[in-house]
Design a protein around this ligand. Structure first.
Ligand code: GRF
Length: 220
């Protein structure tokens, strides 16, 4: 990097499990022109495979084990402290399976992103693939949104669709959706690092303009 250039925005990723979205972000981060830098990865589960992925990429990791805390507030307090120690410009939830307290969400308002496996506002919460099948939806997909106090309810930035086939199962749909996740999340993180997306009171601006509907990933 040129010494005259400002430092890249730093990204902190929170994950709970396998971390395939983290891997997609690590790979994006390796691209020469990627406008951000993953500075740390945090997990609430000490055995999350995401930690190994981070270690392999020489990224600093930390664990705040939720089972060691008596309340959600105490856990979130400890997590906030760890995040603040790293002072990131962006916190990316990548399969972080914890409901966050209002205090936490407010503390990082406007710099907290989540990826959710449905076409929000459809199917907040869990079992999204089965719910799409049960509803006979022809289209399913994934959304990236700013996190606000409402669970999976913050303004949506971008979505990618998948067609539901007659023989799809929850597992096959999950696979199709994850393929899209790994493309979509790095794109949105890139936009954030470039300063292109911002959270307003209950809306998103893209390049300074109100985003009237979520950006769509083109179908291949
Ligand atoms: C993804 O399906 C994401 O949409 C959801 O949790 C899952 C995380 O998967 N929020 P991975 O740990 O990134 O593989």
């Amino acid at each position: 990097m040129n010494a005259d250039q400002p430092p890249l925005p730093t990204i902190l990723v929170l994950a709970s499990g396998s971390g395939t979205n983290l891997q997609a972000l690590i790979e994006a981060n390796r691209e020469r022109d990627f406008p951000g830098q993953i500075g740390a990865v945090g997990c609430n589960r000490p055995n999350a495979f995401a930690l190994e992925r981070a270690a392999q990429a020489h990224i600093e990791t930390f664990v705040v084990d939720h089972t060691k805390y008596d309340s959600r507030e105490e856990f979130d307090g400890a997590l906030m402290q760890e995040i603040r120690r790293h002072n990131p410009d962006l916190v990316v939830l990548a399969g972080f399976m914890r409901i966050l307290t209002t205090d936490f969400v407010r503390a990082f308002r406007g710099k907290l992103l989540n990826i959710h496996p449905s076409l929000l506002p459809k199917y907040t919460g869990l079992n999204t693939h089965q719910r799409a099948l049960d509803a006979d939806d022809a289209l399913h997909g994934v959304s990236v949104h700013f996190v606000t106090e409402e669970l999976d309810g913050g303004p949506v930035i971008a979505q990618a669709e998948v067609a539901v086939a007659p023989d799809d199962t929850a597992e096959s749909l999950a696979e199709k959706v994850q393929e899209k996740e790994h493309i979509l999340y790095p794109i949105v993180v890139r936009w954030f690092c470039e300063g292109r997306i911002q959270l307003g009171s209950d809306y998103v601006t893209f390049d300074g303009e109100l985003l009237k509907k979520p950006m769509r990933l083109p179908d291949n």
